[in-house]
Ligand binder design. Sequence first.
Ligand code: COD
Length: 311
Amino acid sequence: MKFFETILNEARQQSHVVIAVAAAEDQEVIEAVLTALQQQLGRFILYGNQEKIKKAILQYAPELFQDGRVQIFHSLSNEYAAKAAVRAVHLREATVLMKGNVPTATLLKEVLNKEYGLRTENLLSHVALFDAPHFSKPIIVTDAAMNIAPGLTEKVQILQNAVEVARGIGISIPKVAPIAAVEVVNPNMQATMDAAALTQMNRRGQIKNCIVDGPLALDNAVSMEAARHKGIASEVAGDADILLMPGIEEGNILYKSLIYFGQASVAGLIDGAKAPVVFTSRSDSAKSKLYSIALAICAAKRAANKRIWEE
Ligand code: COD
């Protein structure tokens, strides 16, 4: 996992970043937080059942109680923990939010809260970065967890969020493949129509900082041999950095296939909000949770730099 090591190194340089964890009293979440602290990644505010959190920390790494990089705030329930963690980011007490032991929809509803949430004028979307020893390069899949059935307008923003994340980890002009079942436009297949429109929007400068070409089927997006076999002449075919999936079902299935069949490691976050949200499934390994924290720290740094340029 060479690429994830690079991201960990990059994130280590942002030691001032504060991560608010919503419902931290989960063994895997605590393990990820403690590993992150041991790896010198940021500082943490943990919301949830104080007694359980303390017990878990004392069990795994009692020395971390002393160094002041972790604070605990008691919450009566996981819902309150989600609210409190979101509020902390809203009030800029923290710069990254992390999902702990709380259902996805509960946390997302808090993030979207109009009064104290983390909404911006952008669409929020899920971005997952995968790497595996046999991959020739890391690959981003979006959106596997937030937007259920995006239309063209939403796909533009999902794509742009993924491009921002890619640029945050050093892929300056990412190649984007809008994925469909086939690589030709078929008016009966909406994914191919959207892919063609996105490609043209990119050519006309409506979608910037990336090269978009589609529709592409999964094989000719990631395999040069498959692309050549189909006679596809494209800068993206066989070399995509970002796979834009047609909907949440396809995105989620690809996400889990890469982990379970492809032995890939993943780092996941929600982008487009006021702050990146570390977003992993319960089934993701502690390593994946660590990589997700590192990826979110890199995204927070890029967002901060962008704000400075824009102000
Ligand atoms: N970005 C920005 N604003 C949004 C977004 C978004 N992606 N989604 C909804 N909003 C805004 C709307 O404009 C509206 O103002 C408000 O939020 C509520 O919108 P609803 O009523 O459409 O949304 P909710 O609250 O019913 O649902 C939003 C969820 C994100 C919870 C919903 O889309 C969802 O359940 N997504 C799938 C999550 C999931 O189960 N993932 C599983 C894999 S881990």
